[in-house]
Design a protein around this ligand. Structure first.
Ligand code: IMP
Ligand code: MG
Length: 181
């Protein structure tokens, strides 16, 4: 069982549910009179997106973008590549980028600048997790909606992967050290 590889659970299913429900309520309040488009960044945000959109009570559309930044482990390659682009044209939309975790900020900084160039009415970021102390110097990026701040640890589950695995864990935790060897 993959849960045997977990050393410590950071956020249980119940905790995640209440974090996401809370965020959904705030977003529903803020986007009452807007033209909301949720842009999910694949693959990491897939579980968060599926839960968050069901907590949003105002009309919205959804779209997906797939980028790859981390090669195959816990270190950033530094290069962000668009693997799948959006289908919807952004003009007139209040875009909310839905991302699993904000780490160095490189990925979202890049995505945000690309999307801004497509003239949306507004653009904001919803990140389930944030590691503010990991932000790269010079990248001035914050989440408009952030679920929780995590210490500088590599976490998996609820969409987050290590070498593409563990996304299907229903909770978020840290792996045992020997998994990385
Ligand atoms: P950034 O560009 O450094 O901000 O990295 C953001 C991306 O790196 C996220 O969308 C994740 O896919 C990945 N990432 C960063 N930290 C973690 C972690 O602790 N666990 C799993 N993936 C992570
Ligand atoms: Mg990842």
């Amino acid at each position: 069982m993959i849960s045997n590889d977990i050393k410590r659970v950071f956020y249980s299913e119940e905790t995640l549910h209440s974090i996401v429900a809370d965020m959904g309520r705030k977003i529903s309040e803020d986007y009452k009179d807007k033209n909301l488009l949720l842009v999910s960044i694949l693959k990491g945000s897939v579980v968060f997106m599926a839960d968050l959109m069901r907590e949003i009570t105002v009309p919205c559309k959804i779209d997906f973008m797939c980028v790859s930044s981390y090669e195959d482990g816990t270190k950033s390659g530094g290069v962000v590549k668009i693997v799948k682009d959006l289908d919807i044209k952004l003009e007139g939309y209040d875009v909310l980028i839905v991302e699993d975790i904000l780490d160095s900020g490189r990925t979202l900084n890049y995505i945000r600048s690309i999307l801004l160039g497509r003239n949306p009415r507004s653009i904001r970021i919803a990140a389930l997790l944030d590691k503010p102390e990991r932000r790269e110097p010079g990248i001035d990026l914050y989440a408009d909606y952030s679920g929780a701040q995590v210490p500088d640890a590599f976490v998996v589950g609820y969409g987050l992967d290590y070498a593409q695995k563990y996304r299907n864990l229903p909770f978020i935790g840290v792996l045992k050290e020997d998994i990385y060897k």
